[in-house]
Design a protein around this ligand. Structure first.
Ligand code: SF4
Ligand code: MG
Length: 335
């Protein structure tokens, strides 16, 4: 058996009236058991669609058009909807940015957790209730016996996200996918939720795929990072590689746009100039070229391939080409 989760050449498109939008365009990665990986990028880069593809929950008019998603050796792309229903929530769980959209406002929190437990794990009512209390305790919700009788609106934003995590983990999934789990929360609560996820990963051995636009939340949780841009992997590596030896100009931009807690002097945050490309009419060559201050002539013509730049570290940028230094020098001279 190979990796725990191996995504190979995944392609997911949306077929709109205006044409095909290649939201995920040939993405590859591997996640080990008990490992946490982050997919980072601006909105529209394909990170959420990658997550939804794994869950096989890509909304219409989207469709997985190629590649495979091997989960413990079995290709999720080929599973029937029925087979996926047994996997979702049970073996793979997902949490979203806004818990209010995934929690049912008219059911008590307890009922929502026990529901999943009864359905997926075949627990009796009393067993499920006990497990629900345990789960709320595990995610740090005080007075769980009382809290399970309450409705989602009776919880604060941070507490609701904890409830979501409790729900997601209640069936003991092997993989937890968290799509922007802390974006709606303030910074202190954000840090607490990330810390909670890290603790739970260590305690329960759950593999985690965290999707975020904020490289800042990654360091505390993930060991590997994928930076996505315009549906493709721009750079992939360990957290160390990405933070200390980034190779792609887009990653440089993302790093400049996060507050550095360890920075001696407060540097001004620099958002990346320009907008992500329109995927209906992506630029020729490197998709990042309209925003890249290092763009060379070749960047406007040909797409860079992912190139190895260290063990387990890859980036798709022409700057990594051995000729790049000379080309840039020549271009400056106007050759
Ligand atoms: Fe910039 Fe060229 Fe690298 Fe693209 S390939 S990121 S345009 S230098
Ligand atoms: Mg998203």
């Amino acid at each position: 058996m190979g990796a725990f989760l191996r995504v190979e050449n995944l392609r997911t498109s949306f077929f709109t009236y205006a044409g095909e939008v290649k939201a995920v365009d040939g993405v590859n990665f591997e996640l080990g058991k008990g490992e946490a990986m982050a997919i980072v990028g601006e909105s529209g880069c394909g990170k959420s669609v990658t997550a939804l593809s794994i869950m096989r929950l890509v909304p219409e008019p989207g469709k997985i058009v190629g590649g495979s998603i091997l989960f413990e050796g079995e290709d999720l792309v080929r599973k029937s909807e029925r087979e996926m229903q047994a996997i979702r929530g049970n073996e793979i769980s997902m949490i979203f940015q806004d818990p209010m959209t995934s929690l049912n406002p008219v059911l008590t929190v307890g009922l929502q957790i026990t529901e999943a437990l009864k359905r997926h794990q075949g627990l009796s009512g009393e067993q499920a209730r006990k497990r629900a209390i345990e789960m709320l305790e595990l995610v740090g919700i005080p007075n769980p016996e009382r809290r399970i009788k309450q409705y989602p609106h009776q919880f604060s934003g941070g507490m609701r996200q904890r409830v979501m995590i409790a729900m997601a983990l209640s069936c003991n999934p092997k993989l937890l996918i968290a799509d922007e789990p802390t974006t709606a929360l303030d910074v202190t609560i954000q840090a607490q939720i990330i810390e909670l996820m890290r603790e739970l990963k260590d305690k329960l051995g759950t593999s985690i795929l965290i999707i975020t636009h904020d490289l800042g939340v990654v360091a505390g949780l993930a060991s590997k990072v994928i930076v996505m841009y315009a549906g493709k992997v721009a750079e992939a590596g360990s957290v160390r590689d990405i933070f200390h030896n980034p190779q792609h100009p887009y990653t440089w931009g993302l790093l400049k746009s996060i507050p550095r807690l360890d920075a001696r002097e407060k540097k001004r945050l620099v958002p990346i100039d320009g907008q992500p490309p329109d995927l209906l009419a992506p630029p020729k060559g490197c998709s990042f070229n309209p925003r890249c201050e290092y763009a060379m002539r070749i960047c406007l013509e040909r797409k860079p391939e992912l190139t190895e730049c260290g063990a387990g570290h890859k980036a798709a940028c022409w700057l990594l080409h051995p000729m790049a230094a000379r080309v840039r020098r020549d271009e400056r001279r106007g050759v």
